[in-house]
Design a binder for this molecule. Structure first.
Ligand SMILES: Nc1ncnc2c1ncn2[C@@H]1O[C@H](COP(=O)(O)OP(=O)(O)OP(=O)(O)O)[C@@H](O)[C@H]1O
Length: 980
């Protein structure tokens, strides 16, 4: 006789997405089912209907068609159908017939799926269990967000990224010397904030010349796809706000700063982080505010996180440095004079820190320390350090803590990070080659007239935007301007007689100079004309790179230069156009002229002298002699020693002696004295800085112990053997084809039965080549590096954990010592703790699995039989057989599920307590540190303290509310050895 009765509820085994079906009619041969939610009707043979009866039991919660939820207490059968008795969510009694169950009820939860006979493959269940395990392990890793990017593990960068991204809404100045990796640091910070949910939207503003470089670095190194916005694209959005078109928006500063309408649109959006590259260009003085500065100031008042990047924070002097700090924290940096005065106190702190290594012992060192310690905490540590009873371990610990405290509490260390080449080490040597060249007559006459104070000429030059300094240092520009004024530009082009052009052509044509050469020229027009000169006079194709080119033109020029084989031998760049660009694949730099500011000189060399440079840098200066530029060259070389390495005090020296230097351009009779004075001033200023601020900055910019800890955590993940195992299994299950290419490489491509499209692997894509090796991925841009943070791997983890994939399974266990016909259940419970993503609860209580293994009698075997041990001995069962087995053991399974829940619940309080303890330890420590800091160091913002305290409270409440849910269940049936 048929089991079917009209009105009963069943689900389709093969098409669960149809929802809950109702039997419409039954006869001797066929049964017809209506799936109301999907408006489908199906007729099946009674004998082979792929249907499973849906019957709930006491304790189950079910949705009714009227939108109630019923908690079942009793089940009654009437005329082949079921009536459920129980309570609604308000505790009111409720009774419904099964016909009144919600049609769209879905069976995603493990228990529902199991009891309705939906079982997945065993390997899916295993993948799910492993996904949960790895997810919870990784969420707590100190490497989280820093392990995935394709970068070399460089200590100072990882330290900064770790330190900054831990903070509530970080606001810092990344001011490492040129080419030490500020972009990488900003990328790491952004990557970690996005991955951990601390940030979800970022606005990145960079000079137009760097937009593409940023786009590519973020994609290649960090797998972050950002939206590059310009005016043409913005217009396509019509009235909609184009800044809402992506999670991370990258845009050119020049475009935004010139466009008040777009600025208002940017301000109207919600952002968590603002990144501003080459931030020294933002003009500010107590009297005036430039448009770029004003734009960033308005944005920075609305956006909690702010990263300003500049290699030359003091390029425009201390005042301009102050201007950037003021953007980061206007409350702290509101008084320029006070800021100046503070700097004087840094030497005493630096001395005290150095004294720590020598203590205890010397009375003078004790005094040095005593002079800067002014709280009970510090005094207690100092007492331990000085106590003759203390052992070496205690002293070391006190020393370390005191050092941390002092560094934390004094100076700009919290808001500014500046690493120097000297400190980081490993950079190539620099060699200066000066070629003295004859001064053309036309220039000689010009210089003479300038020196004689020809007013008419000065007026003509000034009309062409050439001040006295520019007219002397860039004679070709002055010549062009005067020629325009005199002959309407009909005279000879300057490059026909300028001996620097002859020199350059000869250099480029000689075999010895067959390597790539970067030529930097101060003025844009000169750069363009120099390229023309090379083409016309020598047939040399030299792409030009300057600020007025379109993005595409600029990138085309840089790409032509970068290409290995067919690329151009030379690239001509203007000063501003080349700033921030990566040209470390070349090691010959020609300075066609010289910039006035030492920071610009360093910026030029920094194009080549960057991380990744493998050769000594050859700096060539073709020098017209005699000329004002020759004076400047001597001043740079003999006074500042500016070509051999960066010297932080160059800006200060120029500020003090700039007027004298300007005079010397015309009359070098006192140049020797000026050079001497420059040296003395420079040495004194450097010594002063070394004694104070620079040392504090340096120590603050990288704390090796912390950096080492982060690097170890990253390396541990790099070497994690579980990753390839997990990825292999997941790719196989998701239907991705993986082909071993040898040499640690593999090619991944969408398989014909791929379950779902995955990042980089949509159906029809060619796929990509990947490796687990950091070194291999760094050596080749075209290979992706698989890590736990790679978008594909993250997507695999997420897809498994956010779907029902593998949350039920049934397997057979054949074991000589276990009799057949017994039932076991392996239950995996998962903590559930709703909290905003930005709280980053996962640091303390990520979704955590609790595994419970019960035998038929309810005995807990979890500790005796491990997951892997059991998995190894299990065998598959056909789905149909599994379903029948489950049907026949419904009641027993229900009882075991409840028992399992009780067992898991017993473990929850310990889990919660541990998580709370860990959270309190971490946040209380941080809070105490911030409070202590705030008492002395105004760099700690009031809102930072408050938001940390709020965060602690919110985390405490969230962890407290943790509950458990059944995430997955596997039924295991034992079979006798001879049974099949
Ligand atoms: N950890 C790293 N691994 C691999 N490459 C790196 C790393 N750090 C920096 N680089 C490379 O070194 C070069 C300089 O780095 P980056 O552009 O971040 O420096 P920067 O300090 O921003 O430079 P600038 O002062 O010119 O703006 C880039 O080509 C970058 O890709």
């Amino acid at each position: 006789m048929s089991d079917f009765f009209p009105g009963q509820r069943w689900i389709s085994d093969g098409e669960t997405e149809l929802g809950l079906g109702t039997i419409l009619t039954v006869d001797a041969r066929s049964v017809t089912v209506l799936f109301t939610a999907s408006q489908e009707t199906r007729t099946y043979s009674v004998r082979q209907a792929p249907l499973t009866r849906v019957v709930f039991g006491p304790g189950d919660r079910i949705d009714t068609a009227d939108g109630y939820q019923l908690s079942v207490e009793r089940v009654e059968e009437q005329d082949g159908c079921v009536i459920y008795h129980g309570q609604d969510t308000d505790g009111e009694p409720l009774t419904i017939g099964e016909a009144k169950l919600s049609d769209s009820m879905r069976f995603h939860q493990a228990q529902d799926r199991l009891l309705t006979g939906q079982v997945d493959r065993n390997d899916w269940f295993e993948l799910r269990y492993r996904s949960l395990h790895h997810h919870q392990r990784l969420a707590r890793s100190p490497a989280l967000g820093l392990a995935g990017p394709r970068i070399d593990l460089i200590a100072h960068q990882l330290y900064i990224a770790d330190e900054v991204s831990r903070r509530q809404s970080p606001r810092v100045l990344l001011a490492d010397e040129v080419g030490l990796g500020k972009t990488i640091e900003a990328g790491l910070i952004l990557h970690r904030l996005l991955l951990t949910g601390r940030a979800s939207r970022a606005l990145i503003l960079v000079p137009a010349s760097l937009t593409h470089q940023w786009l590519i670095e973020l994609l290649r190194r960090f797998s972050l796809s950002v939206t590059l916005l310009d005016e043409a694209q913005s217009e396509a959005f019509g009235d909609d706000n184009p800044f809402d078109s992506g999670q991370c928006i990258l845009a050119s500063q020049q475009w935004l700063f010139a466009n008040p309408h777009r600025q208002r649109q940017a301000e109207a959006c919600e952002w968590d982080l603002l990144i501003v590259d080459e931030a020294h260009h933002l003009d500010w003085s107590p009297q005036t505010t430039g448009p770029g500065y004003a734009c960033i100031e308005r944005l920075s008042q609305r956006i909690a996180g702010l990263l300003l990047l500049t290699a030359t924070p003091e390029q425009m002097g201390l005042e301009s440095h102050f201007a950037r700090l003021r953007l980061l924290d206007p409350d702290r940096y509101h008084d320029l004079d006070r800021f100046r005065a503070e700097e004087n106190g840094y030497a005493a702190v630096a001395e005290a820190i150095e004294a720590l290594a020598r203590l205890p012992g010397d009375a003078a060192d004790r005094d040095r320390l005593g002079a800067v310690i002014d709280d009970a905490d510090g005094e207690a540590l100092a007492a331990t350090l000085l106590d003759p009873e203390s052992d070496e371990a205690q002293r070391d610990s006190a020393r370390r803590q005191l050092r941390e405290q002092l560094l934390d509490r004094h100076g700009t260390g919290r808001v500014m990070f500046r690493n120097s080449r000297r400190h980081v080490g490993g950079f190539p040597e620099r060699h200066l080659h000066v070629s003295e060249l004859p001064l053309p007559d036309a220039y000689r006459d010009q210089f003479d007239e300038l020196r004689d104070g020809n007013d008419h000429m000065a007026a003509q030059l000034s009309a062409a935007d050439l001040g006295p300094r520019e007219a002397r240092l860039y004679p070709e520009a002055a010549y062009r301007a005067l020629d325009d004024a005199r002959h309407d530009g009909a005279g000879d082009a300057w490059w026909r007689f300028d001996s620097r052009v002859d020199w350059l052509i000869e250099r480029l044509e000689t075999a010895a100079a067959a390597h790539k050469t970067l030529v930097i020229v101060h003025r844009r027009q000169t750069a363009v004309e120099l390229a023309e000169a090379l083409r016309v006079r020598a047939g040399i194709a030299a792409p030009v790179f300057h600020e007025a080119l379109s993005l595409v033109e600029r990138d085309r020029a840089a790409a032509a230069f970068a290409e290995d084989e067919d690329g151009c031998q030379v690239l001509i760049c203007s000063e501003i156009g080349s700033e921030g660009r990566n040209f470390q694949f070349c090691h010959h730099l020609v300075m066609f002229d010289l910039p006035w500011h030492p920071d610009l000189l360093e910026q030029r060399i920094g194009r080549l002298d960057r991380i990744g440079q493998l050769h000594p840098i050859d700096i060539h200066v073709p020098m017209l002699s005699p000329s004002p530029a020759g004076v400047l060259l001597r001043w740079y070389r003999d006074g500042l020693d500016a070509f051999s390495a960066p010297h932080a005090a160059g800006g200060d020296v120029l500020e003090a002696l700039g007027d004298a230097l300007l005079e010397a351009l015309d009359d070098d009779s006192s140049l020797d004295a000026l050079i001497e004075e420059t040296r003395t001033f420079n040495d004194a200023r450097l010594a002063e800085r070394e004694a104070g601020r620079n040392r504090l900055l340096e120590w603050n910019a990288c704390r090796p112990e912390r950096a080492d800890a982060v690097i170890s955590a990253v390396v541990e993940q790099d070497n994690d053997k579980a990753l390839p195992r997990y990825v292999d299994q997941a790719l196989d299950i998701f239907g991705v084809d993986s082909r071993d290419l040898g040499n640690g490489l593999m090619h991944l491509a969408p398989g014909s039965h791929m379950l779902d499209s995955l990042p980089g692997l949509a159906q029809g894509d060619d796929g990509f080549t990947a490796t687990y090796s950091r070194a291999r991925a760094l050596a080749r841009d075209d290979i992706q590096r698989l890590s736990w943070e790679h978008p594909l791997v993250s997507a695999l983890l997420e897809r498994v954990l956010e779907s029902s994939l593998g949350n039920t399974a049934l397997a057979l266990l054949r074991h000589p010592s276990i009799p057949g016909g017994r039932l076991m259940v392996e239950l995996v419970f998962r903590t559930h703790c709703p909290a905003p993503k930005s709280l980053q609860l996962g640091r303390f209580l990520p979704d955590t699995g609790i595994r419970v293994l019960l035998d038929e009698s309810g005995t807990n075997l979890s500790d005796k039989v491990t997951f892997s041990g059991l998995s190894r001995n299990l065998q598959r069962v056909k789905k149909g057989v599994a379903r029948e087995l489950l049907k026949s053991r419904h009641d027993q399974l229900r009882a075991l599920l409840r028992q399992g829940e009780r067992e898991a619940e017993r473990e929850l309080p310990t889990l919660v307590e541990n998580a709370q303890q860990q959270m309190r330890d971490t946040l209380d420590r941080e809070l105490a540190r911030l409070k202590a800091l705030a008492a002395r160091n105004d760099a700690i913002r009031e809102d930072e303290l408050k938001s940390l305290a709020d965060e602690r409270h919110a985390l405490d409440t969230a962890i407290e509310s943790a509950t458990l849910r059944l995430d997955a269940v596997r039924v295991i049936v034992t079979v006798d050895n001879e049974q099949r």
